[in-house]
Write a protein that binds this ligand. Sequence first.
Ligand code: NAD
Length: 476
Amino acid sequence: MEPGFQPHQAEAQVARLQAVFSRQRAAWAAAPYPGREERRQALVSLREALLRHADEFCAAISADFGHRSAHETRVLELFPCIEGIRHAEKSLKKWMKSERRPVSKWFMPASNTLIAQPLGVVGIIVPWNYPLYLAIGPLTSALAAGNRVMLKMSEFTPRTGELLARVLSECFHEDQVVAFNGGVEVAQVFSSQPFDHILFTGSTSVGKHVMRAASEHLTPVTLELGGKSPTLVGPEFSVKTAAERILHGKCLNAGQTCVAPDYVFVPEARLAEFVEAAKVAVNGWYPNLPANPDYSAVINERHRHRLEGYLTDAKAQGATIIPLVEGDCSHTGKMAPTIVTGVSDAMKIMQDEIFGPLLPVMTYRNFDEAIAYVNAHPRPLALYLFDYDRERISYVLSHTISGGVALNETVVHVAQDDLPFGGVGPSGMGAYHGKEGFDTFSKKKGVFAQSRVNGLSLLRPPYGKTIETMIKFMLR
Ligand code: NAD
């Protein structure tokens, strides 16, 4: 439970969410198929409200983090929200269109059609690291698909959560879209409602609780989880370019990004060059980093301790810690981007998802060693490869499995509206964004329509010569 959140407030939230769920259900039953114009209007008012309140979102997120650059919030949260909504507005007609499917010759001249139907009332559970984008992204998909939506915001971002709840109440009636705030207690009650679908974004461990709770009602889940995203630098790729692109992806939001490069493999002979290039890049972007407003803070004391613990543990087991900038961050809530070399799987930093600005850099002599390492570990959310060699690219794509891949870049594959986003195995199940998001929140219902004149009567009893002749053809 977040500081200042009293038990009676949690009880009130729980009672309210149960009442709202019933009202949303009743509203859905009364109007189960909102038309295209109604959905488009919902998306337009959401987009306009976000733009109207952009400054307040930047301020609220920064206050929740202890500091987050307003530029980062605009580029990493508001921009993909607005782009995603625009893409949905433009694509609604195509997505909603029913689809004719072929009929086998045995059933002609009947017809087959696939129609997309709103599921009903869906629940969206939001983490703290990108509290706006990870609420609005799934909400966009759910609204495009014609659903009613309840969101549960993270207890670590209470200001952003309160603001979003207020902004959503400006555009939507409570029986259409509503956001709830509160701690784990509220989250548990939230995930145990008989939703028609739950999309959860958060840690793999909490994802298991959500799936367990959802299984009580056989509520389908989309789990957007985390993990350690590997980054491979090919033998001939420019180490300077790779270091810049990797460190850029790592330093955004101080590494608190589900698809941040978690660890890197570089050719053994080029480790020193990589570390040097990383230092130059980071110092160029963030001079006087402790006081630099472009660099974000670590969300809270608990996470700073967790990250410091990784360094202490790695050092005690023989790793080398290389801070990329000078200066003491300890009084600022920030943490310096830091490379760790000489790591092993016995270290906590190589076991947990790092989710902060620490970057283990490992080396290979033969590129296959790096692939073997990746494949010996849980399936990641993202994989990054820096290489222009077509054969190696094709080999890596076909011999590793991950939620998504970016070649010669990090992180920005998430912002591609026409690519599905979702993990595999411990990094998640299902996907959203664009068309896949629409499909995730739709029931794709197959409809078979019999024609006035048809041959199915020939298969009815009493069985005799006609059906025997037909069976000969059917089973040949
Ligand atoms: P978290 O799992 O601790 O919390 C996420 C949400 O779940 C919060 O709203 C929280 O209140 C709620 N929750 C907590 N306990 C619950 C319970 N028992 N039942 C139901 N809900 C519960 O995650 P976090 O610390 O907020 O976020 C960090 C994690 O999220 C990282 O692992 C990161 O990789 C992952 N993440 C994944 C994506 C993605 O798109 N795949 C995006 C961002 C973050």
